[in-house]
Design a protein around this ligand. Structure first.
Ligand code: BYC
Ligand code: FE
Ligand code: FE
Length: 496
């Protein structure tokens, strides 16, 4: 995958030239021959009404009756997979779509490397495989729940439409994992599929599984940061699962990645347009000092230091999603062939890693130390490092906007150990620059590094709806292009 993922809407990772027929006539578009799979149909028939209830209860609040200009996936070939048109979200046709099979595919990594890819669940790894699918599946509805109140404060109809597009696709990603659970895991798969509809983001008694998915997404800056940084964990994890020896999981994830590209695009351009509006307003008012916060805020735009603090928050939460840098779970997932590394096929090593090592930064005697660790146990660390590199491209493009405006400010990624709750750095106070500091120093300074109370009050004051066709809130620049070659002032949502 290239960094272009954020710049284009075109699917980027559906490979193979096998044409797979999609039955769009069914209410569930699919290329898994659903209509003749009795058992699967029955399982889905049981789950579907509960999904609809979940969507109505926990999906986008207040806009379920509106007509939204949405893309529906109707095919899996790179040319014609998307159909655009007005849809009421509860009528969206969530489908089951897998990337075409690759003839003769073999397991790309681990101790089974080179054996034919599994078309059925490998019995010895059943529970580990199910756990990975459940964790992946759990994040999808969680994000919809986190974002459900954002429609009310959308800065434009264009942005509102993008939010809802992301939401219906995360719904489809849930379907993708539920398909695997009910098709391949029998009764316990059906139970897990049901449980995916019962956990709730942020709920004390029955929360979502991973940390970041229980945080709030209270405003649009959070939404854009989330889609840039947290959906990018989705990209990396899906890329790792696309290397799975369990072929149905690999094919499912390969198709999900094509949708993920749009989510990353929404995040990158959302932050980018916010930066653009800020720089333009500062220039017009003759303000060149980015730290002249009051003057910048008085213009109705977001000061750049606040955006950095917001980014720091979402970056650190998203890094926690990679699990512990050193992990025996991850070693087992890789060795057993259930999960690969990012771009596994392009890596020039034996893909088994029995004797290899990897450099992991650890905290030892209150100092940061680089240690060589067996590569198998460092799989999570490696994916995290690949993720950090992948985050940089869009940040560089944001910085270009600031540079062109002649403003002396650059976004940077904080040190890997900053504000971490999982893994090697958990329990240590580490500054964005990478210095271990005391708890007292942290208490004193962290408000300069993470969104603080006054930031939140200011952001709340900005989050006024801008729902008039063709208009954009002051704090965000209009996009350069509309969706599907429509103009930027198109009526992307017909509010009911
Ligand atoms: N919060 O050995 P460890 C997406 C748990 S995002 C809470 O450190 P492991 C999306 C861990 O579950 C992509 N708990 O790590 C984005 C384990 O518990 P159990 C989601 C955490 O297992 C935006 C224990 O700690 N997909 O798609 O190697 C919008 C020890 O685990 C956290 C996946 O994650 C945490 N942050 O790796 C919509 C892929 N971190 O099992 C969607 C599937 C760790 O002992 N999941 N724990 O009870 C995996 O590959 C792995 O489960 C993880 C954790 C990478 C998440
Ligand atoms: Fe997703
Ligand atoms: Fe996503």
């Amino acid at each position: 995958m290239s960094q272009d993922d954020t710049l284009t809407e075109a699917p980027e990772s559906v490979h193979g030239d096998t044409f797979v027929e999609v039955n769009y006539a069914d209410s569930i578009p699919n290329n898994v021959d659903l209509s003749s799979d009795r058992q699967l149909l029955r399982a889905l028939e049981g789950w579907h009404p509960n999904y609809r209830n979940w969507w109505n209860e926990m999906g986008p609040d207040g806009f379920q009756a509106s007509d939204v200009y949405l893309r529906t996936a109707v095919g899996v070939d790179p040319e014609g997979w998307a159909k655009f048109g007005y849809v009421k979200m509860p009528d969206y046709r969530w489908g089951i779509l897998l990337a075409p099979p690759v003839a003769g595919r073999t397991i790309p990594a681990g101790r089974h490397k080179g054996e034919p890819a599994w078309q059925d669940v490998p019995g010895e790894y059943r529970s580990l495989l199910r756990r990975l699918i459940v964790v992946q599946g759990d994040t999808e509805p969680a994000s919809v729940e986190q974002q459900r109140f954002l429609g009310a404060t959308a800065p434009s109809l264009y942005d509102m439409r993008n939010l809802f597009q992301v939401n219906v696709e995360e719904g489809r990603h849930l379907w993708a994992m539920v398909y695997l659970l009910v098709k391949y895991f029998g009764r316990d798969g059906r139970e897990e599929a049901q449980a995916l509809l019962e956990r709730r983001s942020g709920e004390q008694d029955n929360p979502r599984i991973l940390g970041a998915f229980n945080e709030e997404t209270p405003d649009w800056l959070s939404f854009f940061m989330f889609t840039y940084f947290t959906d990018r964990d989705g990209k990396m994890q899906l890329a790792a699962l696309a290397e799975s020896g369990f072929d149905p999981l690999s094919r499912t994830c390969r198709f999900m990645l094509t949708e993920e590209a749009h989510h990353l695009f929404v995040g990158e351009t959302g932050v980018g347009r916010t930066v653009e509006a800020t720089c333009a307003a500062m220039k017009k008012a003759g303000i060149s000092n980015p730290y002249d916060v009051e003057a910048v805020r008085a213009l109705g735009v977001v000061d750049l230091p606040l955006l950095q603090r917001k980014a720091n928050f979402h970056i650190s939460l998203s890094r926690d999603l990679f699990g512990s840098e050193i992990s025996s779970n991850a070693a087992e997932a890789f060795s057993s062939g259930l999960k690969g590394r990012f771009n596994e096929a392009q890596l020039k090593d034996d893909h088994e890693l029995q004797d290899a090592t990897y450099t992991v930064t650890r905290v030892i005697n209150n100092e940061l130390v680089d240690e060589e660790i067996p590569a198998l146990r460092s799989i999570n660390c490696r994916l995290l490092d690949d993720y950090i590199a992948d985050c940089q491209g869009g940040m560089d493009r944001w910085n270009k906007v600031i540079e062109r405006a002649g403003i002396d400010f650059r976004f940077t990624q904080p040190h890997k150990g900053f504000n971490r709750r999982i893994g090697e750095f958990a329990g240590h106070a580490i500054s964005p620059a990478g210095t271990i500091i005391s708890a007292d120093a942290w208490a004193e300074q962290s408000k300069d590094w993470l969104q603080n109370d006054s930031d939140l009050v200011f952001i709340r004051s900005l989050m006024k709806p801008c729902h008039v066709q063709g208009q954009y809130a002051t704090w965000i620049a209009p996009p350069r292009l509309g969706i599907n070659r429509q103009p930027v002032d198109y009526e992307y949502v017909k509010i009911a």
